[in-house]
Write a protein of this length. Sequence first.
Length: 327
Amino acid sequence: MQGAAQGAELTGLEPRLEELLRRRPERPVFLHPAWLRAWLSEFGLNCEPFFLCAGDGDLLGVAPLMRCDGGVTFIGDASICDFMDVLVDPARADAAYAALWDQLCDERWSEVEFWGLMASSPTRTCFAEMARARGYDVEEELEAVSPRVTLPATWEEYLASLSKKDRHELRRKIRRVYESGAAVDFEVFTRQEDVAAAMDDFLDLHTRSRQDKTEFMTPEMAVFFRRMASALAAEGLVRLFMLRINRRPAAAVLCFDAGNCLYMYNSGYDPDYSGLSVGLVSKALCLRWAIENGMSYVDFLRGNEAYKYDLGAEDQEIYRLRLRRPA
């Protein structure tokens, strides 16, 4: 397949997109067809999605794009899609980028904006170099940080990697929850029907935990979260963690399995249990689960909240690349 496919043709591309994702050690769910379809269904009414495809027979690469407000950009929204990129076969990346670039230049646009690019993404350098060769204006800026923890083999090794103060505080807070005298249960939901059933508790905890989260979770956004979580769970990509105290939901963390990395996407907690630091404890228990399940990283995704660094994360930079054709 070579050329541009319109948004309605995503169904035909899905198996090949999934195959390209499987060829990567880390597989961002924001590029998965199930995520793209959920986003387009809820937020894509005023945009024109299209997919640039490189390769004849065997798909070498795909760029999930849309025309919106007179420009071209990735499908999605940086407020809810933490990473985006062009999907290419790592073994034939140069050929894939060259073919996708030629197709992009054949499209009508005055400005292209590639947001959500990880610092390690080849898209940053490949497209920037090819754009400069054509005399296009190239602008890159730091868009956000995504703090990430590199996981050791054991929980004890992880604790040892923290500063003395952070290690002491984390142990104390976990111990306080489990020694509170209450019945404590920490569960992970993965099956589609279980995830769908647990979303009521997740959304309730999310909106109750902070005022800005209440404002973020509009009725439209809640529909998207339910649709997205169900679709990704059907693909085996959701890990929805729930901390219960005396059988009552106290904290929840919605995570995604990205191959060798666990993405902590969003969370919430019951303010009645804030004295037990259930928000932080639930995230630490997610970290322990990731270690026990052989993952290499936990990514807290966008935002530089202090708790991420208390749990040992280090910043991973996210960039935005803008390309403009000369007037």
